[in-house]
Design a binder for this molecule. Structure first.
Ligand code: HEC
Ligand code: HEC
Length: 504
């Protein structure tokens, strides 16, 4: 039996949990410079501006975290966000957390009212009712587990010759259905193919590759994808196309074995061609497209970009709809604004906090010398040939916060042939099955906090790698030389590379 809550008396203090003031934070303003992301100096946590090279997202980076909630570092506003945009940010955030089944918010259900306008809009088939269900704390999918339904991942599908949608599933498998009598389309891991690799110094590394089982018909062509962290996307959108194209080397003119080609994407609304930037194969040209694509494919929810459920099934005329969509133009923009303005955590390469022996929070308990060494080695073994350390955003993005920032995404946003070990069977745009976008490495070290534990962190497009070492050992194709150099390093140096990547 449940007890009714005690009636609240007038004189009871009102405890609001701070939710309504959540997005108010400590700022550091340096006279003559402006707002700066900061870290705290022992013994009193006095705030000091972070050095420029720790600002992975430029002035849109996030200050070091001293709250007890490091799992929320992917949900913060850019440090330099303008006042008017904070409102846009929280309005978009609300939609990211709203269930399109019953309108409930994923957090604080007592304080956050039901968003009644979105009740009952979930598609007949879907993977999740909310964005946040797959992007755990704005991070990644749940880790692969034997036998479990993989409904926090996406399985993209195509027909046998790769020219269009799968006849059963459309463009992706929607694993849940509103109608209990609808066919079950669960996807799960049937087994893991295991191999053991022995490095030159004798260290053995076990690699596992998931073998998927489909309750519905096995798709002729498919690609398994885990959700990626949604940080710094506005900054990536603000990088000029010319910057990305200048790094491409389709014929390997410089003879380093590394090509790099841009994906090209036709905007479904305007018909214009753009350089692809988002998704594991850079198949989306803008944040707006990525949002609308997630709405229709993962939630079965319509928006002005994909106004008809038929869009998911590959219907050619899916744009000829005139009825209002579930997500309005205003709301699609707000979701886009939210994702554009999420901060990138500053690199944790400085030890920071209260004095040793009192309390240094785990995120800031780092070894600066080892991190610096790892950064040098990362360049030396040529990881940087694809994981570009530094880029500059252009001066045309609609949000001033994102313009002319020096950023450190550790990606060239280009596609690389990564060899047969990582290949799937699906082409997307210009990306063929063995080509993948260089994964941006910013935020990598925060994943262990965001996902709740090291054991929940999975790397690579399908989440097969459990550690950084495993992820690197899967690198083949254009990355073979770099991987071989990495393998030949002494263990202490490989550990330094991991320490460096964990600081990002
Ligand atoms: C069923 C799980 C799932 C749900 C629900 C989901 N996503 Fe995703 N999300 C993914 C996957 C998988 C990818 C990678 C897609 C790809 O490779 O093309 C992704 C990628 C993204 C990216 C791009 C990240 C990058 O690094 O390029 C953004 C932005 C995003 N999702 C936003 C959303 C929004 C907005 C919603 C809600 C409308 C949403 N997602 C709902 C699984 C999900
Ligand atoms: C030829 C280009 C290339 C080179 C060189 C390269 N990478 Fe990568 N890296 C990629 C691509 C592409 C992916 C995404 C592959 C996938 O998901 O299947 C990736 C993914 C990763 C990931 C997983 C990221 C995530 O978000 O899950 C890590 C870690 C990584 N690389 C580290 C390294 C290190 C360390 C080196 C040097 C030893 C290196 N890479 C060299 C292209 C490259």
């Amino acid at each position: 039996m449940e007890l009714a809550p005690a009636p609240r008396l007038k004189r009871d203090p009102v405890v609001d949990g701070g939710g309504s003031r959540y997005y108010s934070f400590e700022q550091l303003y340096v006279v003559g410079v402006g707002m700066r992301p900061w870290y705290g100096i022992a013994p009193n946590l006095d705030s000091e501006p972070l050095p420029d090279d720790a600002l992975l997202g430029g002035q849109a980076s996030l200050s070091y975290n001293y709250s007890e909630e490091p799992m929320r570092v992917f949900q913060q506003m850019a440090n330099n966000i303008g006042i008017a945009n904070t409102q846009r940010f929280v309005e978009g955030r609300r939609l990211f957390h709203t269930s399109f089944a019953d309108g409930t918010h994923s957090e604080h259900d007592r304080d956050n009212p039901v968003f009644t306008a979105h009740i009952g809009q979930l598609g007949a088939r879907y993977n999740q009712p909310r964005c946040i269900e797959c992007h755990t704390n704005n991070g990644r999918s749940k880790p692969l587990a034997l036998g479990a339904k993989l409904d926090t991942m996406s399985f993209l599908t195509a027909n046998a010759d790769g020219t269009g949608a799968d006849p059963t599933y459309g463009h992706n498998i929607q694993q849940h259905a509103q109608d209990a009598k609808a066919p079950a389309f669960d996807v799960s891991v049937a087994s893991f193919d295991t191999t053991v690799r022995t490095l030159p110094d004798g260290e053995k590394v076990e690699l596992v590759k998931p073998v998927f089982a489909f309750k519905g018909p096995a798709p002729a062509r498919y690609s398994a994808r885990q959700a990626a962290q949604v940080i710094g996307m506005g900054l990536l959108e603000a990088v000029p196309e010319t910057t990305i194209l200048a790094q491409a080397d389709p014929n390997d003119a410089n003879g380093d074995g590394i090509k790099g080609v841009a994906n090209l994407v036709v905007d479904p609304q305007t018909g214009k061609t753009h350089v692809g930037r988002f998704g594991w194969k850079a198949s989306k040209g803008s944040i707006r497209q990525q949002v609308a694509d997630a709405l229709i494919k993962d939630l079965g929810v319509t928006s002005p970009m994909f106004p008809d459920a038929g869009c998911q099934r590959g219907a050619a005329n899916c744009h000829s709809v005139t009825t209002p969509t579930s997500v309005s133009e205003f709301e699609l923009e707000r979701m886009t604004h939210y994702l554009s303005l999420i901060a990138v955590p500053a690199q944790r390469k400085l030890r920071s906090g209260f004095p040793d022996g009192v309390r240094v929070s785990p995120e800031h308990d780092v070894n600066p010398a080892q991190i610096a060494r790892g950064s040098d080695l990362f360049a030396q073994v040529r990881c940087v040939a694809c994981h570009t350390p530094t880029m500059k955003t252009g001066n045309t993005h609609p949000f001033a916060e994102l313009r002319e920032q020096t950023i450190h995404p550790y990606s060239d946003l280009l596609l690389h042939d990564m060899g047969p070990g990582l290949a799937d069977t699906l082409a997307e745009g210009r990306a063929y099955p063995s080509q993948w976008r260089t994964a941006p490495l910013w935020g990598l070290g925060s994943l262990r906090f965001v996902q709740g534990a090291d054991a929940n962190v999975r790397l690579l497009h399908d989440g097969r790698a459990r550690t950084i070492t495993e992820a690197v050992l899967w690198h083949g194709g254009e990355a073979t030389d770099s991987r071989t150099r990495y393998e030949a390093l002494p263990k202490a140096d490989r550990d330094a590379i991991s320490a460096f990547l964990q600081s990002l």
